[in-house]
Design a protein around this ligand. Structure first.
Ligand SMILES: Nc1ncnc2c1ncn2[C@@H]1O[C@H](COP(=O)(O)OP(=O)(O)OP(=O)(O)O)[C@@H](O)[C@H]1O
Length: 613
């Protein structure tokens, strides 16, 4: 069976030898990361491996002398001293113990350095991910890269010990080769020839498994997602009421069985070919062994030399085999590293600029949209189009429109989570892109409708609004007071130190409205000049909503605010109301003006008012 034909039908792109070698370019960068992880451990690891690489030859050499000495003693008279023999035995015993100690120390170092490396690279991934743009996170190709990079943090610790072992074994081979070449260089040639097919076969199968795993990244993400759906505290409620477990399990089965079958096919072929290649390797070894025995019988070499050569040869065989097979594994790892480094090459478009302008304080002219349009990546539709208006300093603006009309997109543009696809947004007459990004984030507070419910303490859940102030309890409590969350804290057994959510021990679950009050408090953690609340009161009861907005109006006096709400009782409190339809501005004015105009706002308002009559 030809291994290259066996997989032709699955149409997996395999790697060329050149690509494999090219991947080695990643190794210096990889070792730079290892070095940054821990300098002293890296040095220690190398030193231990060099010491360990000398051991096999040393033991074989002492062994040869022991055998020759035994042969000598058994053929000579009893008066001959045994001292030298016992010294050799003690020496070999010492070397054997040292070998064990060194091996253990190397394992320990590999394990510790590997853990540190994994932590270090995870932190690097999180740091880099934090700089990336929101639309990059919404792209599935990006997710695949992130997923592969994440896998690398664990997988690469194996690569680390593989590369180190490779170096160690190459040094050992160098030592052993000296003896074998002195005896007969052809032995090494025989070894190489019989082992080479195993190497080529292994390379081929590694290519296939890499191609398979790469091709399957999106499905693997789906598999993780389905596993999460099937067994998670956050999904359990819906899974139960909709009785989804059968549906989820069957999706999981379909996906996982497909994986399993593809892997099984590959593994089976790999073992069949592996057995055949091992047979070739053994044949080469025994040919050489017979030759050494023949030379010993003829008296060309001593019995000690026979054991030394046979031992060297046996070790050489397993070393060459190991090194060649590991070569494919290392190049494999090096190829996977490309995914890892590729992730770090993704550059954000929205980033801090050199010579950025300071955010104005106070804002003098406000935010001006000039024919702003925005299209999400991979979307044909415009989520916002031809938007032109000004949000004046100190103004409270409400956004109204049907679902999907582009309200959230508009506020994301205002907070610079995206940049407009066309047109521009000016702040005090200067493009928003010119301002310092960190200052902008400090000055624009935004609470989304799908805010996060952090499984952390009550205080931390508020502090996330301005994490630099996480130890400022006075500020946290004041913020809680402003969003009416303070009353809630009083009721909890541990007050502000109460763990929220059910995921961790002693966590207390809050109601939807209670969570919303906690999330709202985040808005007050920083002294932002523009506050954006995207449907912040949807889960609040009527009284709470009224109170929240009374306070909001007081607290944001002199500040600009944008409110998104479907409740007209809230909307009418705003200075002006902007009505969106299919991403476009169709009306803008005060409640009175818009009612008087009898346009879309008046129509929607009447519709809702009718429901209350
Ligand atoms: N991340 C995204 N990627 C692609 N398209 C998106 C994304 N977010 C929203 N959209 C699309 O953009 C349009 C506007 O969405 P947006 O969330 O701004 O509407 P909205 O007015 O806030 O809706 P709602 O009242 O339901 O919250 C919708 O058609 C939506 O499908």
């Amino acid at each position: 069976m030809n291994p290259s034909k066996a997989f032709a039908d699955t149409n997996i792109k395999s790697l060329t030898f050149k690509e494999r070698i090219a991947a080695f370019k990643n190794l210096p960068e990889f070792f730079k990361l290892v070095w940054q992880t821990s300098k002293w451990m890296t040095v220690c690891n190398f030193a231990l491996r060099i010491a360990r690489s000398i051991m096999p030859l040393a033991i074989l050499w002492v062994g040869k002398h022991i055998i020759d000495e035994v042969v000598l003693l058994s053929s000579s008279d009893a008066s001959h001293s045994h001292d030298y023999l016992w010294k050799l035995v003690v020496l070999e015993f010492g070397l054997a113990i040292l070998t064990d100690v060194l091996s253990r120390a190397i394992n320990l170092m590999d394990g510790l350095l590997g853990d540190l490396f994994s932590n270090y690279t995870s932190v690097r991934i999180m740091k880099h991910a934090a700089t990336l743009d929101l639309d990059q996170f919404e792209d599935s190709v990006f997710y695949d890269k992130l997923e592969r990079a994440r896998q690398q943090t664990v997988g690469r610790t194996v690569l680390l010990s593989q590369v180190m072992s490779q170096i160690q074994d190459l040094i050992t081979m160098g030592f052993l080769a000296v003896g074998l070449i002195a005896f007969n260089p052809w032995l090494i040639v025989v070894l190489l020839i019989t082992i080479l097919p195993a190497f080529l076969g292994e390379s081929y199968f590694n290519d296939q498994s890499y191609a398979l795993s790469r091709k399957r990244t999106p499905e693997r993400r789906e598999l993780d997602y389905v596993r999460y759906l099937g067994a998670s505290d956050e999904t359990a409620k819906e899974v139960k009421v909709f009785n989804l477990s059968g549906f989820i399990i069957s999706r999981f089965r379909t996906l996982s069985e497909r994986f399993y079958n593809e892997n099984k096919q590959l593994s089976l072929q790999r073992s069949v070919w592996g057995t055949f290649f091992a047979f070739l390797g053994s044949t080469g070894y025994y040919l050489a062994y017979v030759y050494i025995i023949y030379r010993t019988i003829n008296g060309n070499i001593t019995i000690g030399e026979l054991t030394f050569l046979a031992g060297s040869f046996r070790q050489m065989r397993s070393l060459i085999e190991g090194v060649l097979l590991r070569f494919t594994a290392v190049s494999q790892g090096a190829i996977y590293l490309s995914d890892f480094f590729e992730f770090f090459e993704i550059e954000p478009k929205i980033r801090k600029r050199a010579n950025a302008k300071s955010f104005p304080n106070p804002i003098r002219q406000g935010f001006t949209f000039e024919n702003v349009g925005f299209q999400y990546a991979h979307s044909e539709r415009w989520a916002n189009r031809h938007l032109s208006f000004t949000l004046h300093p100190g103004e409270k603006l409400a956004l109204v429109g049907e679902n999907g009309s582009g309200k959230t997109t508009l506020v994301k543009l205002l907070a610079r989570l995206y940049d407009p696809t066309e047109g521009r947004i000016l702040l005090d007459g200067i493009d928003l892109k010119e301002y310092d990004l960190d200052e902008l984030r400090m000055n624009v507070g935004i609470i989304f409708q799908d805010y996060l419910r952090y499984q952390m303490t009550f205080a931390q859940n508020i502090a996330v609004g301005n994490i630099q102030e996480q130890d400022n309890r006075t500020l946290i409590e004041a913020s809680a007071k402003q969003s009416l969350a303070d009353v809630l804290a009083e009721k909890l057994p541990l007050h502000y130190d109460q763990m929220l959510g059910k995921r961790f021990s002693q966590g207390v679950e809050l109601s939807g409205g209670e969570w919303q009050k906690v999330a709202l408090a985040r808005a007050y953690m920083k002294d932002a000049q523009l506050l954006i609340l995207d449907e912040p009161t949807a889960a609040l009861d009527a009284r709470a909503e009224y109170e929240v907005f009374q306070r909001f109006a007081e607290l944001t006096k002199g500040k600009s605010a944008v409110l998104i709400s479907h409740r007209f009782s809230t909307v009418r409190m705003a200075d002006r109301i902007l009505v969106l339809e299919k991403g476009q501005l169709i009306e803008i004015g005060s409640h009175k003006e818009l009612i008087f105009k009898k346009g879309r706002y008046a129509e929607l308002f009447d519709l809702q008012a009718m429901g209350y009559r």
